[in-house]
Design a protein around this ligand. Structure first.
Ligand SMILES: Nc1ncnc2c1ncn2[C@@H]1O[C@H](COP(=O)(O)OP(=O)(O)OP(=O)(O)O)[C@@H](O)[C@H]1O
Length: 722
């Protein structure tokens, strides 16, 4: 049994879980061994103990002797999930206190990412502001990190909109929400931190209407870089991401102001601008288009000019022109903000608390857990089963072997590397933090350690769907650079150029996500994450995997994209008929592998058609100059209706293929490239030209086929009326 010394404190009106100033008591052999094995982390843990000790000594809030362990928690149902975590409602039994526990599977992280998580959690624990979600405490067992936070009964502002206001909120509510969030943001900025993931999904609301800025998952200490105030790492969620972050230029806390403006639009309309577009397009639109703005009249709401102006001030592409958070708070827009209770009364009065909402569905795509942890939290099914049975809430001890999903792999979700064995060791370390000893909102946060590990990256990827099964089956997919599974996993290097070129011109997975191979200009970018909307959004085209191509769009799946049954392929034709005797194929093969649009055959159809061709070639006395499988339909082998059917089928295929090509060409209708994208743009144009040529070639062939069909029809007529 794993035990962490820690205390909950009720002084000062709030429950505070903190780790003990005493050495952390670890009864798990794995954990203690791992700490001993890794002197670095031992050092970190020790230094944390020292910090905690000094905090504890300086704080009259902390009781000195109670011991807390996981038995003290009753885990209730899942209340949310993010890109890298499941969030559960729980009760801290000794004080019958409702809490939220975020469970993060450390197996998903590399060692340096775990260090980073450690710092982020420490930061969260140290943050003390009425509008910043604090962390009561955290601890690790096995490969899971448990972060205990206050329970926010209403959930996120995104939840609120999804439940009751899909088209957005009214202006007073927005002002009231945003003012609180901005106060939290100003506090973070003042203390040298960029949040980097400001969005409605990270604004949590309590039943009294108070709004807290949550999820420091990507927040970072400006001090970590050594150049205070400037960062270069590429993180954020695409729709909310500032252009300078996308460009991987130096950026500072003003990036949060951009995201804040996007969040304002999100609250006003129910979704972020460009939310319906795939990430790559979002990036291009954000970089190339005018900044998004607020439409003052929506289907459900009218907004003031002041509101629009406030948003526009945040949405300057030049970060220097955006106001800092404390100045923004003075904007007249916020004058209309009410007290939090107003929200409780007018906005959320009819919204059921999280616990009485239907249990949130996990995303469809999950990675099977291979964990052999001896205990774990329940998963949704277990929670649902318990709820259905009307029994008491399950505790982790009651559901051994059931793990929360490792991660949700689809667009917008975490894509991280499988940790090496060493990182797994470290994942088992025990570490915990106490809340800060500072009690006022101006107290400085403790600077993070100087090293700057890769950040928890937020999406810069294309509309790639990563098939989790590949990852699940690729336990060691990250161990070798050339490993097939690694390729299949399609790790994303979030370098913008690589995304651009890779997605369009590389045969290999268009974007890699490898630490070693994927350092764009020395910057390391790890994962793709997006907001919940994206969870449900299927990309139009999946990422081309090297080893296994994604299926074509559903409506085309039944269609062989290679017309094996044709011998009439034009020389440069794109959709090479593999059975074609005249097809050059070379160009075509190239074209086929361009980008994500791998025009592959349905193998079943192919083989069927092949055998049909083989069988018919010798027999057909009806071959025309441009003989095709249709023309080589063996007389006598097929009834006349069958011949007609075949002809119709061919014509249908022609139309569908034409449509596909038109779609493909349309897909490349991307925004105009800027100067620095000229090369890519030219390549894009070349690709489009090539596709257009292919389309023309195909149309020519279609014409030939039609003529051929006509000839056949005449032949059939002659047969019928000899
Ligand atoms: N303290 C809390 N109290 C109540 N609900 C919470 C709490 N923390 C999180 N949630 C719920 O769980 C959801 C997931 O939270 P989490 O912070 O893991 O992910 P996220 O911020 O939405 O996603 P991501 O990590 O991808 O940005 C939230 O949207 C919210 O609905």
């Amino acid at each position: 049994m794993f035990t962490v010394n820690g205390q909950f404190d009720h002084n000062g009106g709030g429950d505070v879980y903190s780790s003990s100033p005493k050495p952390i008591l670890v009864n798990s052999p794995t954990l203690s061994t791992s700490i001993l094995q890794h002197s670095d982390s031992k050092k970190t843990v020790d230094s944390l103990k020292v910090n905690l000790q000094s905090n504890a000594e300086g704080s009259a809030e902390l009781p000195q002797s109670s011991q807390t362990n996981m038995d003290d928690f009753e885990i209730k149902q899942p209340i949310g999930y993010g890109s890298s975590a499941m969030v559960y409602s729980a009760v801290y039994l000794p004080h019958n206190k409702r809490v939220a526990i975020k469970v993060i599977d450390l197996d998903m992280f590399e060692r340096n990412q775990i260090d980073e998580l450690r710092r982020e959690t420490a930061l969260m624990a140290l943050s003390k502001h009425p509008h910043v979600l604090r962390v009561y405490g955290s601890f690790v067992h096995g490969s899971k990190l448990y972060i205990v936070t206050p329970y926010m009964a209403v959930g996120s502002c995104l939840d609120i909109m999804k439940l009751s206001f899909p088209d957005g909120l009214d202006e007073i509510s927005i002002a009231t929400i945003l003012k609180q969030a901005l106060e939290g943001l100003a506090y973070l900025h003042k203390n040298g931190h960029i949040h980097r993931d400001v969005k409605a999904g990270n604004l949590l609301m309590d039943e009294d209407g108070s709004v807290l800025l949550a999820d420091f998952g990507v927040s970072s200490s400006l001090m970590e870089t050594g150049e205070r105030g400037v960062r270069k790492t590429f993180v954020g969620t695409p729709c909310w991401m500032a252009p300078e972050v996308m460009e991987q230029a130096d950026y500072d806390y003003k990036a949060d102001i951009w995201s804040f403006g996007i969040t304002a639009i999100e609250l006003a309309t129910g979704h972020a601008p460009f939310a319906k577009h795939p990430p790559l397009k979002v990036l291009m639109m954000t970089l190339n288009n005018d900044p998004p703005t607020l439409s003052r009249e929506t289907a459900t709401n009218k907004f003031s000019r002041t509101f629009k102006e406030m948003i526009d001030s945040c949405m300057c592409k030049d970060p220097a022109k955006r106001p800092p958070a404390d100045k923004l708070l003075l904007h007249p827009f916020f004058k209309q903000a009410k007290k939090p209770e107003w929200l409780a009364k007018h906005l959320i009065a009819d919204i059921p608390p999280i616990e009485s909402r239907p249990i949130k569905k996990f995303p469809q795509k999950q990675v099977a857990s291979s964990s052999t942890d001896e205990w774990d939290f329940n998963d949704e099914a277990a929670a649902a089963a318990a709820a259905a049975a009307g029994g008491p809430s399950t505790t982790y001890q009651q559901i051994p072997g059931l793990n929360p999903p490792k991660r949700h792999i689809s667009f917008g979700h975490v894509v991280v590397r499988k940790p090496s064995s060493s990182s797994q060791h470290h994942a088992s370390e025990s570490w915990s933090y106490s809340p800060s000893s500072f009690s006022d909102s101006n107290a400085p946060l403790v600077p993070s350690p100087p090293s700057m590990p890769p950040r928890k990256g937020r999406a810069l990827s294309d509309d790639f769907l990563i098939e989790e099964s590949r990852i699940a089956h690729s336990k060691h997919y990250n161990s070798h650079a050339g490993d097939e599974a690694t390729k299949q996993k399609g790790r994303f290097n979030l370098n913008r150029d690589r995304v651009r070129h890779g997605s369009l011109h590389e045969k290999a997975p268009s974007v890699t996500f490898s630490e070693e191979a994927g350092k764009p200009n020395g910057k390391l970018l790890y994962r793709t994450i997006s907001h919940e909307d994206n969870m449900n959004r299927k990309p139009r085209f999946n990422n081309t995997q090297q080893q296994s191509s994604p299926p074509p769009p559903a409506h085309l799946q039944a269609l062989p994209l290679s017309r094996n049954n044709s011998n009439v392929s034009s020389g440069t034709t794109a959709l090479t008929r593999e059975g074609s005797t005249h097809s050059k194929g070379g160009d075509m093969c190239e074209s086929r592998k361009i980008g994500r649009f791998e025009l592959t055959n349905n193998s079943e159809t192919t083989s069927r058609q092949h055998s049909y061709i083989e069988g018919s070639r010798d027999l057909s006395p009806y071959s025309t100059t441009h003989s095709s499988s249709s023309s080589s339909l063996a007389r006598g082998q097929r009834s006349i209706p069958a011949v007609y059917n075949q002809i119709n089928e061919l014509l249908r295929q022609n139309d569908s293929q034409k449509q596909l090509l038109t779609e493909l060409v349309g897909l490349f209708d991307l925004p105009r490239a800027t100067a620095d994208q000229t090369k890519s743009h030219q390549e894009l144009v070349t690709t489009i030209d090539s596709l257009e040529q292919q389309l023309q070639a195909f149309q020519r062939e279609n014409l030939l086929l039609q003529r051929e069909n006509e000839t056949m029809r005449k032949q059939i007529d002659q047969l019928k009326n000899p």
